[in-house]
Design a protein around this ligand. Structure first.
Ligand SMILES: *Cc1c(COP(=O)(O)O)cnc(C)c1O
Length: 419
């Protein structure tokens, strides 16, 4: 459930008409609903109330906006970060270092040091080599890095290939067949305090079965490690729950997920950790855009909007669907191709889509743009970086300025030797 709804014939975010935001901030602009973030955070937590001790770390990469992170911090969430930049954001948003988990296959030495210096709660080590490097860096500072080993369970999550992370040939984690041996080796290193296992098999999962199989494998591994005399006090089950992008999509609810987790992890005797991203942020944001022009096509007309693939990359990257709705519905329908202004055919949001009739100048939204939206923006075609707004009841604030093309060009230099 979200707080973007029709009231008196026009779309609102909570108690703010989207048209007002467009007038004051311009388009395209991402609009987030604080109440929706809070609601999703609570529903997720409540769904997992039955699993015993648990730690919740919002996957920052889904939406790293500082205001969003602050909302999550106030909801008692920590952060799952995948770069030094995200770590700095989580800290800047007020997250306690101990509530931060650092994932990612390519952490560089300076990022490991940054995490150690900050005193983060857990490093999710993705390879034996990374574990050795982290141990050496920590030991040289007289520290032991609290760590979990990320395991690749070789499970097909049944989602888009580009967001599957738990198959044997994906780059993430260590192969489950070698995990016990690697865990034992890392446990003996002076700079690591191995405290558990982590897994994350992919994103936008519409079926709990692959998650369940991955968790079962993790449970068996925990038992094997303990039988070998090793310590396991934490199990990080990652994120991945899907969200409905299209009216009628049915996704597992946090309550169903929580019931499955409780069943599979019974008797594990660990603190469970969760890294939800999309399920919290996805439907808490929309991309507000204005129709530039409606152009005749050979088949359907092209509705050209002022948002493009540089603002919302998911359709171009994954062929993803985002519902498109007029801010002031016209009560007539049209079939159209919805495209942005960028000079690539990939800059297409929808082909042959049945939508409300729109005309040049009309406002519209792409729904479910709160996760993996603004954070994937680029300045391709020398377009600026899209602005972001957060609504709270009847007020709103710009939480990320639009970065104009001039500012981006201003960071570039022509060397003297080209004069
Ligand atoms: C991306 C990611 C997540 C979040 O995934 P969602 O599908 O957005 O819930 C969690 N953990 C790790 C390690 C990730 O890379």
């Amino acid at each position: 459930m979200d707080h973007f709804h029709l009231r008196d014939g026009e779309l609102y975010a909570e108690d703010v008409p989207l048209a007002r935001i467009a007038d004051e901030v311009g388009t395209p602009v991402y609009v987030y609903s604080r109440a929706t973030f809070e609601r999703h955070a609570r529903v997720f937590r409540e769904g997992l109330a039955g699993v015993g001790p648990a730690h919740f770390a919002f996957a920052v990469k889904a939406n790293p906006n500082l205001a969003v992170l602050r909302v999550m911090q106030r909801e008692g969430f920590g952060a799952d970060v995948v770069s030094g930049g995200e770590l700095a954001r989580a800290l800047a948003a007020g997250m306690a270092p101990g509530d931060i988990v650092f994932s990612g296959v390519g952490k560089q030495a300076r990022e490991l040091i940054q995490g150690l210096d900050a005193g983060i709660g857990q490093f999710n080590i993705e390879s034996e080599e990374e574990g050795e490097e982290l141990s050496a860096i920590a030991a040289a500072r007289g520290l032991r890095a609290p760590s979990a080993l990320r395991v690749n369970p070789d499970i097909d999550a049944g989602t888009h290939d580009k967001i599957s992370t738990g198959k044997a040939d994906n780059k993430f984690g260590v192969p489950i067949g070698r995990a016990a041996e690697i865990y034992a080796r890392l446990s003996a290193l002076p700079g690591l305090e191995m405290r558990g296992l982590a897994t994350h098999i992919g994103s936008q999962l519409s079926d709990l079965a692959p998650l369940e199989r991955a968790f079962e494998k993790l449970g068996a591994l925990i038992a094997a490690l303990r039988a070998a005399g090793l310590t396991v006090s934490h199990a990080d089950l990652g994120g991945g729950l899907g969200v409905p992008y299209r009216q009628g999509d049915v996704m597992p609810s946090p309550a169903e997920y929580g019931a499955m987790v409780a069943r599979v992890t019974r008797g594990w005797d660990v603190t469970l950790m969760f890294e939800p991203g999309r399920v919290i942020a996805g439907n808490a944001g929309v991309l507000l855009t204005r129709v530039v022009r409606v152009k005749q096509g050979v088949h359907d007309p092209f509705v050209i909007v002022d948002a493009a693939m540089n603002d919302l990359a998911r359709p171009a990257l994954y062929g993803a669907w985002h519902d498109f709705e007029a801010v002031r519905p016209s009560n007539r329908r049209m079939t159209a191709n919805i495209v942005g202004p960028i000079c690539e055919t990939g800059d297409t949001f929808a082909m042959g889509r049945d939508i409300e009739g729109v005309e040049p100048g009309d406002l519209a939204i792409f729904r479910t743009a709160g996760a993996y939206g603004a954070t994937m923006a680029s300045s391709y075609n020398s377009r600026g970086f899209v602005a972001e707004v957060m609504v709270d009841g009847d007020k709103f604030a710009v939480v990320a300025d639009r970065i104009l093309p001039e500012a981006i060009a201003g960071a570039e230099r022509v060397p003297d030797w080209l004069d």
